[in-house]
Design a protein around this ligand. Structure first.
Ligand SMILES: [Zn+2]
Ligand SMILES: [Zn+2]
Length: 261
């Protein structure tokens, strides 16, 4: 038998001021706030937990639930309460009101986010700090996409003293002769775009970076026919751009030194 919403919440040690109209709940012992959350992004990464227009209800009933929700948001914002949500299914058609329909009795830890004055719960897997650089880029791109076209996105708190971790990484012995040789090949110009190096380093040489066409981590060799000297822009383009494969093809095509590995 399906569990009732009240049982579900009480099993999690939380309570509210009105079991009919509340969609947010609090557990002071564990400093935890639970919100029923309306899906915004299909993948569940973003859900709406409070909209400013929800305070006006035809029969005035949600007014106290709305004020309660505001207080619960304050607890998360100012008192370090943890935000958890459970999904609430939309009735058809999608209500703008907080009419509470079916719910899924599953709690997920979320990060509070304010967008355009409304309050959202964002998957912690998107907004948690990470020590994996590629993951850091991926997460910030998800958030950037969510912020797109929105004004007055509040400044994120960030971290005064970021956590650190010690990790084991695999690194490869790279041959300085190979790097030195490649850097000379195009007279200090980028081998991708042929522009001059953007600046000179402290030792007077043009600044270029050496990029391995097939990365060493992917089994590529550390040899001159798998390495090119590129300007920082082209280097980033080769790693991150949407056209990186066609750009790479162009580089292979115009430079007879290079071999596909
Ligand atoms: Zn370049
Ligand atoms: Zn590279």
């Amino acid at each position: 038998m399906a569990i009732s919403r009240r049982n579900f919440i009480e099993n999690n040690g939380a309570t509210c001021n009105n079991w009919r109209s509340s969609w947010s709940f609090v557990n002071h012992n564990e400093k935890r706030v639970i919100f029923g959350a309306w899906e915004v992004e299909k993948d569940g990464s973003l859900s709406r937990i409070l909209a400013t227009d929800w305070q006006f209800d035809k029969i005035g009933r949600t007014k106290s639930a709305y004020n309660q929700a505001l207080e619960h948001i304050r607890l998360v914002k100012d008192e370090d309460y943890q935000l958890m949500t459970f999904p609430i299914k939309h009735a058809d058609p999608v209500p703008v009101q907080t009419s509470i329909g079916k719910f899924v009795p599953e709690l997920t830890s979320k990060t509070l986010k304010q967008i355009d004055g409304d309050w959202f719960a964002l998957d912690s897997s998107v907004s948690d700090p990470t020590n994996n650089f590629d993951e850091y880029i991926r997460r910030s791109n998800v958030v950037r996409h969510l912020n797109e076209g929105r004004k007055n996105t509040p400044k994120p708190k960030g971290s005064i003293k970021p956590d650190k971790t010690f990790t084991t990484t695999t690194s490869y012995y790279r041959d300085p002769e190979v790097r030195a040789w490649v850097l000379f090949e195009n007279d200090g110009a980028c081998e991708a775009c042929d522009n001059k190096a953007p600046f000179t380093t402290t030792d007077g040489s043009p600044f270029l970076e050496v990029h391995h066409l097939v990365r060493l981590a992917d089994g590529g060799p550390d040899v001159v026919d798998n390495a090119i000297a590129v300007c920082p822009n082209c280097h980033r383009r080769l790693h991150y751009s949407s056209d990186r494969n066609t750009y790479l093809d162009k580089i292979y095509a115009k430079n007879s030194r290079l071999k596909r590995h």
